[in-house]
Design a protein around this ligand. Sequence first.
Ligand SMILES: NC(=O)c1ccc[n+]([C@@H]2O[C@H](COP(=O)([O-])OP(=O)(O)OC[C@H]3O[C@@H](n4cnc5c(N)ncnc54)[C@H](O)[C@@H]3O)[C@@H](O)[C@H]2O)c1
Length: 324
Amino acid sequence: MSRILVTGGSGRLGRSVVDGLARAGHHVISVDRDAVPAAQLPAGAVQHTADLLAPGEALRLMQDATPDAVIHLAAIAVPFSAPEDVIFSTNTRLAFAVLSAATEAGVPKIVTASSPTVLGYGSPAGWLPDAFPLDEETTPKPWNAYALSKLIAEQTMQMFAAAQGDRIRYAAFRPCFVISPEEWEGAPTQQGHTLAERLADPALAAPALFNYVDARDVADFLELLLQKMDAIPNGQTFFVGAADALATEPLAELIPRFLPGSAGLAASLTGTSPSFSVDKARKLLGWEPTRTWRTELRNPAPSRLNDEAPAAFAAAGTGPKEAP
Ligand SMILES: NC(=O)c1ccc[n+]([C@@H]2O[C@H](COP(=O)([O-])OP(=O)(O)OC[C@H]3O[C@@H](n4cnc5c(N)ncnc54)[C@H](O)[C@@H]3O)[C@@H](O)[C@H]2O)c1
């Protein structure tokens, strides 16, 4: 069992991360500006309310909690949800404040959340990758303050890794569009619509290139990452996504409809293939996403692809849920 401090632990992703790590037997210290109702806090977790941008606050928390690992999630998590300069300064200052405090306190493992948006898809000026699927080798070309702030969070992590060497282990991860457990049941997603609506109207998922990940799979990824960080090269960044696309048609057909000029590039995305590869996490950590909209979503839209669930989903042993 480890002591793990999670910033942003009250958020959409943070709640599942706190829950997953506590269920795995860790002592979790959640730090957030907002508290969750005490009844929702899992056994093995405690929470502290704090503004991590208040001078000295992050260091004080690290020194009080003496964690074995820090997972930094706190941020403004939605592009354009605040003025661009506020998103930029909040997210970059939070990343620096938390990573520098954890480093100064000698926390042995430090992980920060980035985002797939660093790649720059959705730019109004046009965007095409060199190749699909997108992976950690794809060149980042952020086009808004949120995406840039996340790229800087990755570089902040790498700066500390370069300065500390292997004395402290660092990593960043880019979770795809996060689906929390209540969203499978019909609660609105981060973008305000429901998952059923997102599946029924490809124009809603197209801006994210149909990527998604179950928040509990992210928690599983983080648990495994913390276990294996000592054994992989320091300062790595990982995509964390589902094994399929959040779409009812192959992306080879869907992506060219929304991304002009991409037909040849997307041709390999047949069947249920997602646009983002998680092969690096598979290879370096042995991580595999186990949840898919095909097994988690209540009232899914009709799909041409429902009979084509990848083997990993069958192995997970979860059948489609019945409508309530
Ligand atoms: N949700 C997604 O689809 C998604 C995708 C990619 C990356 N991410 C990243 O994952 C992380 C978590 O995202 P989320 O969806 O859970 O966001 P969220 O907005 O639900 O949670 C973020 C939490 O951070 C807290 N916070 C913000 N500023 C703070 C401060 N100064 N001090 C203390 N706490 C503060 C907020 O109170 C909130 O609870 C973020 O870094 C986000 O950029 C999320």
